[in-house]
Design a protein around this ligand. Structure first.
Ligand SMILES: O=P(O)(O)OC[C@H]1O[C@H](O[C@H]2O[C@H](CO)[C@@H](O)[C@H](O)[C@H]2O)[C@H](O)[C@@H](O)[C@@H]1O
Length: 364
């Protein structure tokens, strides 16, 4: 059994739901949100800082520069510190030469563009081909906040490793499991699960999911609660900004009864997670270990490449930075604080990068 707040290492190893989306927006949304907000009493400073952060998440447009040209200068400076992985591809390939490359890919915003309806964030066939090509040459994993089954239903490549629920549900390639039938298949499936450090939280996550659907999804127009098994996503991309404070406060009100859970934030989404020391960085270390590339910082014959677009991917970028080898690649066209070394602008550039990786391997 795992315990709250305990570091869980590899030695502790032990369905997506579908919704109608988006719910109709009502003209009375703002008024009902104010009433909801009045029912919970949070300090204005707490709400204010979360709201600022919610507003800053997932900018669609470059913010207006206070001084003409300042935004360009800021962007140029950022690009100098985090150059394009395409522009620097040759240097990157030279650094990886002779080493075992392993590839880790986030899903939303990395392999598929951000869209309003999370159930429609499909991956193109071209991107699937690019990922398939990479996986045929290097150990490859998808590391996602999504529940593992859901992300698998989008990617549909059995030869990959999948780390769903922000790394709290890790499974190895299932190509062999698919050849089993009956009980043998169930056993093979069970064997393929490598790590579920938050399994004891499953009942509480289901309870909180039901509460969030009742108090947030049904109460706030446009809100959507997604069951990601070991974590829950409360989407506010389709919620009017006037209702964001009410949404946040309702989420906090639900969490007040569950001190073992914590709240984090992604792109126009609040995420409820078990309070354990496990994140995409730990998942990356676990996978490196499972692949036989011990997560030993001295080991420099392995070259992990991690590509992601979200705050949650920063934990993995930090692991790579601390190891001092490999490459963290942030997908963003806007300057952001990041521990990644390189950048790519969008999923189209990610696809180009993956294809180049395949080409470079075949040429060498
Ligand atoms: O770790 P990831 O694979 O990037 O998953 C993080 C969250 O991604 C999804 O939400 C985001 O993408 C949606 C579809 O483009 C978008 O509508 C939403 O606003 C984004 O936050 C997913 O739905 C979440 O469950 C994941 O946690």
């Amino acid at each position: 059994m795992t315990k709250h707040g305990v570091v869980i290492g590899p030695e502790d190893v032990a369905a997506a739901r579908h919704f109608s989306f988006p719910p109709p927006r009502t003209a009375a949304g703002g008024e009902s949100c104010r009433k909801l907000a009045a029912q919970v009493d949070l300090g204005p400073a707490v709400v204010g800082s979360w709201l600022d952060s919610m507003k800053a998440s997932s900018p669609r447009h470059r913010l207006m520069a206070p001084v003409p040209g300042a935004a360009d200068a800021e962007h140029d400076d950022w690009m100098e510190r985090h150059p394009s992985a395409l522009d620097r591809f040759d240097a990157l390939a030279a650094a990886a030469k002779g080493k075992q490359v392993a590839v880790f890919l986030d899903y939303d915003g990395t392999l598929s563009p951000i869209v309003e309806d999370p159930d429609r964030a499909v991956m193109t066939d071209e991107m699937r081909d690019a990922v398939r090509g990479v996986a045929a040459r290097f150990p490859t994993a998808i590391v996602s906040g999504r529940c593992r089954d859901k992300v698998f239903s989008f990617v549909r490549l059995a030869e990959l490793y999948y780390a769903g629920s922000h790394g709290m549900d890790i499974r190895g390639p299932t190509a062999d499991a698919n050849h089993h039938h009956g009980n043998g298949k169930a056993e093979a499936e069970a064997e393929a699960v490598l790590c579920q450090p938050a399994s004891e939280f499953l009942p509480v996550m289901q309870e909180v999911y039901a509460a969030l659907v009742a108090k947030v999804e049904r109460a706030i127009p446009g809100a959507k609660v997604e069951d990601n098994k070991f974590c829950l996503s409360v989407h506010f991309r389709c919620v009017e900004e006037a209702c964001w404070a009410a949404l946040f406060e309702q989420v906090r009100a639900v969490l007040r009864d569950h001190p073992g859970l914590r709240l984090t934030q992604g792109r126009k989404v609040l995420e409820v997670r078990p309070m354990i020391r496990w994140d995409k960085g730990k998942a990356l270390e676990f996978l490196l270990h499972a692949l036989g590339f011990a997560a030993d910082a001295d080991r420099d014959d392995v070259f992990p490449i991690y590509v992601g677009d979200d705050r949650t991917d920063e934990d993995a970028f930090r692991v790579l930075r601390a190891r001092g080898h490999g490459a963290g690649i942030l997908v963003s066209r806007f300057p952001k604080d990041t521990s990644a070394s390189f950048t790519l602008r969008d999923p189209a550039e990610v696809k180009e990068f993956l294809r180049k990786l395949v080409g470079a391997n075949d040429d060498s």
